[in-house]
Design a protein around this ligand. Structure first.
Ligand SMILES: O=C(O)c1ccccc1NCC(=O)[C@H](O)[C@H](O)COP(=O)(O)O
Length: 269
């Protein structure tokens, strides 16, 4: 999948033009803190529920797609944070969705789910209300990740750094300042999904380093049942990122209790 971002967006709004929108944007909220609080309260992985209309592997997931309504339903039913697809080309997402969800008063911190390859996108995401961004190790060299982590820190945003294999995990474990690592169970080239990938990448020395560094691991993709949630929790994740299995249900909010095998909106350990 060749990754591009709409550089015409950057041409239309050069960085100096984002100064006003950045100053006017609502303050960034604590994405990592929300995940930790949810995990401590419920004893199950904190949920990052994904607001996505379509995907390259599955096509359109939901025809009657109302991003604000879906976000509110996720929040009401126990999501700790939300992931909002802003990529238009592959996911039929939009930055307007991110902005609208934030404006509607949804309190869950918001991850801007975009293929970020240019630092300009970090500023734009923040100006639209993002509390966190996705940095994909497969498409970003270490130097870019380090540079972007610094900018995220200045903007008050968290960064979810995504890996898919051991080599990427080892690279990211060698970078200071990483607080959140997402293990994607989906191979971004073949679209094959294997939740065993989460376990594989957390075994042995890597799991120990992650614990020492106090990094929160997010299990991503292909999670459909309470057994899947238990499996990745036993592997060591403290949060999960879930899209398809919720968004395709008639009532995506209520589907959360089905996914966890219990109501997590009021659960406490
Ligand atoms: O979802 C896809 O088909 C996809 C294809 C290629 C690159 C990325 C893709 N998805 C991004 C994601 O990471 C998922 O949306 C997210 O982890 C949730 O996955 P799922 O619960 O399986 O919808």
């Amino acid at each position: 999948m060749p990754l591009k971002f709409g550089s015409q967006m950057k041409e239309r709004r050069p960085l100096y033009m984002l100064k006003g929108p950045l100053e006017a944007a609502p303050p960034a909220r604590d994405f990592v803190g929300a995940l930790k609080a949810s995990y401590d309260r419920t004893g199950v992985p904190a949920l990052i529920a994904e607001v996505k209309k379509a995907s390259p592997s599955r096509g359109v997931l939901r025809e009657d797609f109302d991003p604000v309504q879906i976000a509110q339903a996720y929040e009401k039913n126990g999501a700790a944070c939300l992931s909002v697809l802003t990529d238009q080309k592959y996911f039929q997402g939009s930055f307007d969705y991110l902005e609208a969800i934030r404006r509607a008063g949804v309190k869950c911190p918001l991850l801007c789910k975009e293929f970020i390859i240019d630092a300009w996108q970090l500023y734009y995401a923040r100006s639209k209300g993002a509390d966190a961004v996705l940095l994909i190790a497969a498409v970003l060299p270490d130097l870019d990740i380090k540079y972007m982590l610094k900018i995220c820190k200045i903007l008050g945003m968290a960064a979810l750094v995504e890996v898919h294999d051991e080599r990427e995990m080892d690279r990211i474990l060698g970078i200071d300042g990483v607080q959140l690592i997402g293990i994607n169970n989906r191979n971004l080239e073949t679209f094959e999904v294997d939740i065993g990938n989460t376990k594989k990448l957390l075994e042995g020395e890597r799991g120990k380093i992650i614990a020492q560094k106090n990094i929160i691991v997010v299990g991503e993709s292909g999670l459909f049942t309470p057994d899947h949630i238990s499996f990745v929790q036993n592997a060591g994740v403290k949060a999960v990122l879930v899209g398809e299995s919720l968004i395709k249900q008639e009532d995506p909010g209520k589907a959360i209790a089905g996914l966890f095998g219990k109501d997590i909106s009021h659960a406490s350990v």
